[in-house]
Design a protein around this ligand. Sequence first.
Ligand SMILES: [Zn+2]
Length: 271
Amino acid sequence: MKYIGTSGGRFSMIRQLRSTGGLWFRYGGVQGVIDPGPGSLAHICAARPALEIASADVVMLTHKHIDHSTDVNVVVEGITHGGFDPRGILVAPDDALRGSDPVVLKYTQKRILKTKIPEEGGTIDLGSGVAVEPVIHLHHGVDCFGYIFRKEGLNCWGIISDSRMMPYFRQRYSSCAFLSINATFPDKKPRLDHISIAEARELLSKIHPKTAVLTHLGAMLTSGECAGCLKDLDTPETKVVPATDGMVVDLDSFKVYEQRACGQNPEYAEL
Ligand SMILES: [Zn+2]
């Protein structure tokens, strides 16, 4: 999987200190985009090695906030080959699709072949034997879900999106060998429904996946107070890496590769 963007939250988004493109995954014969925020399609089209939006099978939203969802309509346009080929799966919470202010346009909803609404306790079939389990989150009044990906014979992995740290995450994510966690602040802020680095490391020290990446690094990118808080993050049994744009995680070996240069021939270095 590849981090198209690693920003999050309004201030790092509006200044585009980093991209807000979400992530691209390829797993068990299925590929797709999760949380395509502003600039996602542009960065997908510019990615090297190339990523083909026309070959993506699925687009998933964890929630409707604009730093996670603005490009969902153009990504569906790509998946459906300009709307001419009914194909693809859209996974999005109910309030991203219905009501008076859906972020997925009704026009777009007609074009994608299948739409699946995540529910706690349910399973979503992405085809090719890949199953996704939604995990309900608590995030400032919107419907929000993390996702756990499973396929027989492959490593299980998951994402924790924007959320207050919930006590059941420890049990729900315990089988994930790789975890991507949205961590927005260094230390816990009780009035905000976001996970801090301190809380993420506490969770990791209990469920100890092989590798974890912290992303959605909002305040970490805009506040001088946060300098240094993205260093020495490993827990005793988990390699913990702060995400950078273009970073690649091999979901078989769990090796992490940082993109060191942009352009036609970027270099990748193993961390
Ligand atoms: Zn959010």
